[in-house]
Design a protein around this ligand. Structure first.
Ligand SMILES: Cc1ncc(COP(=O)(O)O)c(C=O)c1O
Length: 427
């Protein structure tokens, strides 16, 4: 099977026919992935932010089985169903008050595409076609589809690969004030001046609240986000918050924008929405934005085949129920405290630039890029699944991880980075 995979199946951001085999997962339970040889390793990535309750969870399994015996999928054009209605109601209840219109889609990237369409259609339907750009941020990441790519970091994103094809947007400097750092107005100057100079052609600002994820794993000041909201209002520009990675408790708040008590015009959620069981995302917006979109008889121009898939919605409902029935705040706080304490050892290593922790997210930034194959195997040998990216070794475990399991992960990071300090990456 591994030979077949190597020859025929493409994996994320990887060459076809790669030199090394993929890691073969047979099954998963709790925080553990079981490999083909029976070895069990801790998934410290929550399958890219999504598996917050761990794998193979009874209530989520039951929700899927129950729903599959009713209807696993039905088109959403002209039809509706209970799982979608219940989920929309719940999302409206748990997000900021003005957000009361929900568009379901099948992935985070598509949720971002929908958010961008909402923003552009909001202005166009009201007769303003001049607003045809988005103001985004360096080090931002919003997905891999064309609209989403066009608002990702222009250097580490895919702008070079798709030069001349991607829509040209405007970029402000990445938030420069770290999460717990003393706020200073100088940090917002670049954003403020880009907005002041270009607001007539800017439809919306898009930003990941508090944590810039895949573009650099950077945690920034709530004051920065507050200032972004104030300036969007001042210049009459919509604010899109991308909570696809941070939503559902990951940063210690249910949604990361709560750190800054700001309210977006458009909000994107995904990943942990179904507890990582299946692909589902949502774009929420206000009555006011939809009124704008629908001016002059227009409608929002999007409608995926698997929109509001009943199976995914049923599991999402069960996942949210499980989250709210659990002491998730205490769990995330305990993970944060333990990560802070145990990852601090990394600071003594020459190869380490900085250690950052917020909620159930731990980041060790190195002063050089890792050898991905070498490091992944080292972690597997120590019973841990981690997937470093460039010079970042980062962890976002399922909330159910025990202190002992978490120590196994942090100790693996410390030990492997000690070895990496002496490892010659040119070999
Ligand atoms: C902040 C953010 N936005 C959007 C996306 C894209 O989501 P998906 O991979 O489900 O398309 C991601 C994925 O990592 C993300 O972290």
């Amino acid at each position: 099977m591994l030979e077949y995979d190597k020859e025929h199946i493409l994996h994320p951001y990887a060459p076809s026919n790669p030199a090394l085999d993929m890691t073969f997962v047979k099954s998963a339970k709790g925080v553990y992935l079981e490999l083909d040889d029976g070895k069990k390793i801790i998934d410290a990535m929550s399958s890219w932010w999504s598996v917050i309750h761990g794998y193979n969870v009874e209530s989520l399994n039951n929700a899927a089985v129950e729903q599959i015996s009713k209807v696993s999928h039905v088109m959403f054009g002209g039809i509706t169903h209970e799982p979608a209605i219940r989920l929309a109601k719940k999302l409206i209840e748990i997000t900021d008050k003005p957000l009361e219109r929900v568009f379901f889609s099948d992935s985070g990237s598509v949720a971002v595409e929908v958010a961008l369409k909402m923003a552009f259609q909001y202005w166009r339907s009201q007769g303003n076609s001049q607003k045809s750009k988005i103001l985004a941020f360096s080090k931002g990441y919003h997905g891999d589809t064309f609209g989403a790519m066009s608002v990702c970091d222009p250097v580490t994103g895919m702008h070079t690969a798709f030069e001349g094809i991607l829509h040209k947007n405007i970029f402000a400097e990445a938030p420069g004030c770290a999460y717990a750092e003393q706020w200073d107005e100088k940090y917002i100057c670049d954003f403020a001046s880009k907005l002041e100079q270009n607001h007539e052609e800017i439809a919306a600002v898009i930003i990941e609240p508090i944590v810039q994820g895949a573009g650099g794993m950077r945690m920034y000041s709530a004051e920065f986000l507050k200032s972004v909201r104030v300036l969007c209002d001042k210049y009459d520009v919509l604010l899109i918050l991308d909570e696809i990675a941070t939503g559902f408790g990951r940063t210690g708040k249910l949604f990361a924008y709560e750190h800054a008590t700001v309210s977006p015009d458009i909000l994107c959620v995904g990943k942990a929405l179904t507890g990582g069981y299946m692909s589902l995302a949502a774009t929420l917006t206000t009555k006011n934005v939809m009124r704008g979109v629908e001016s002059n008889g227009n409608v929002l121009m999007h409608g995926p085949t698997f929109m509001a898939n009943p199976l995914a919605c049923a599991v999402a409902n069960a996942s949210l129920e499980l989250l709210f029935d659990s002491p998730w705040q205490q769990r995330v706080l305990a993970i944060e405290l333990q990560l802070k304490e145990e990852l601090a050892q990394c600071n003594t290593l020459d190869v380490v630039e900085e250690v950052r922790v917020l909620g159930a997210i731990g980041v060790v930034e190195l002063n050089r890029d890792v050898d991905l194959a070498w490091m992944t195997q080292k972690f597997i040998d120590k019973g841990v699944w981690l997937r470093p990216f460039l010079n970042l070794v980062y962890i976002m475990p399922p909330y159910i991880i025990s202190p002992k399991e978490l120590t196994q992960v942090t100790q693996a990071i410390v030990d492997v980075l000690k070895e990496f300090t002496c490892y010659d990456t040119s070999r």
